[in-house]
Write a protein that binds this ligand. Structure first.
Ligand code: HEM
Length: 361
């Protein structure tokens, strides 16, 4: 053996003197996870994390060949898809990975919501999660334009037009994102910079905070578990029991990603022509579809207010109420607790029904 017991101890001591990591290791070794009938939902934060790692690795590989310039962006994606070895595979992993990750983050959002994991002392875990969700949607929105094909161009145009309706700041934000009044090179450069630099840096910072708070508080548990007498409560150690199950779930999620990638490689449409009329039936990505469909139902004018502005305001207020749920559903009022659950159910139904409707119409 290269290292004897004494050398190993010396090596550990060397690292301990420099990193002071033993309190963290202690915390991890003693971490335990409540066991109950809803425990399955604990895996979705970890699945989101796995898919995020896939996005980072495949995104860096794609950057090697992708060219964020008007005359070359579409051609560079065609090249990745057809002549770079395994280019289609990496690109499909990235595209399917993005969709699965947003789905996993939504499941994680709703499961923590319905388990009321946002209540004291986890308000900041929840709020950092809400910001993470916004960043994930930002990744989806900015990434969608990069291939510069017809659908991505016009979907981005519609998305920016809708967000410019946000009161006070909408017009300014849309102008800054576009880099002018039309979508062009300035927009592509900005979206690229936001997608590959701004959002990853923000996400890493926020995620570190999110995970640090999760570690500090341990996992929350549903009401029935908390009301069970202490000696009847069941826990399992995070290391190795839960961690090994986490890895098993990662393998399953990874398999799903591979199957989708192999069976349905991600394609690309014709190159965008900014001067051509928008193709009929253009739609945003599925995760924006419910909002898009909802806005389509609102008449052009609602009283003295423009219909789209009214719709954006309504959704904004509703989203804010959900985002700030830890402030009004603190667990002290049964009526508010029921209201929060009802709002969650309505939101989930709205998203499923309106997305399906949007996809079919
Ligand atoms: C990139 C996105 C995200 C990643 C990678 C992530 C990761 C994680 C992980 C690994 C955990 C611990 C295990 C678990 O409960 O699943 C966790 C816990 C938690 N997350 Fe997230 N999360 C993300 C987004 C969100 C979002 C969008 C929300 C909701 C707004 C959220 C709210 C929470 C809460 C409240 C907990 C504590 C759960 C408990 O104590 O039971 N997270 N997150």
């Amino acid at each position: 053996m290269f290292f004897g017991k004494r050398e190993k101890r010396k090596l550990l001591y060397w690292f301990e003197r420099r990193l002071h990591a033993s309190p963290l290791i202690e915390l991890a070794l003693h971490k335990k996870v409540p066991v109950h009938k809803h425990s399955v939902w604990y895996y979705f934060g970890g699945i989101s994390m796995l898919l995020l790692m896939v996005q980072f690795v495949t995104g860096i590989l794609l950057m090697v060949y992708y060219v964020p310039e008007l005359g070359s962006a579409h051609a560079s994606i065609l090249k990745i898809n057809s002549s770079i070895e395994f280019g289609w595979f990496i690109r499909s992993l990235h595209s399917w990975g993005a969709n699965l990750m947003i789905l996993a983050v939504f499941v994680h959002f709703f499961s923590t919501y319905f388990m009321k994991a946002y209540r004291k002392p986890r308000e900041l875990t929840w709020l950092s999660g809400v910001l993470l969700l916004v960043l994930c949607l930002g990744f989806g929105f900015t990434g969608y334009l990069l291939p510069w094909d017809e659908v991505s161009f016009f979907a981005t145009k519609i998305g920016l037009d809708i967000s410019s309706k946000t009161p006070f700041i909408g017009e300014l934000v849309a102008l800054m994102l576009r880099g002018g009044h039309n979508i062009g090179q300035a927009t592509l450069s900005r979206f690229f910079a936001i997608h590959v630099a701004v959002l990853p840096v923000m996400l890493m910072g926020l995620l570190s905070l999110h995970l640090a708070i999760v570690q500090a508080h341990g996992m929350s548990a549903p009401k029935e578990f908390n009301e069970t007498p202490e000696d009847k409560k069941e826990y399992e150690p995070f290391f190795p029991d839960f961690f090994l199950k986490d890895i098993l779930v990662w393998i399953l999620a990874g398999n799903l990603l591979f199957v989708l990638t192999m069976l349905c490689p991600w394609g690309i449409g014709p190159e965008a022509d900014p001067f051509a009329p928008a193709p009929i039936g253009i739609k945003p990505e599925w995760y924006f579809l419910a909002m898009f469909q909802f806005l389509k139902l609102i008449p052009p004018m609602v009283g003295p207010m423009e219909g789209e502005l009214f719709g954006v305001l309504l959704m904004g207020v509703y989203a804010l109420a959900l985002a700030l749920v830890p402030l009004w559903d603190t667990g002290e009022s049964e009526a508010r607790s029921k209201l929060a659950t009802a709002l969650g159910v309505v939101t989930l139904l709205f998203m499923v029904i309106f997305s399906a409707w949007g996809a079919m119409s």
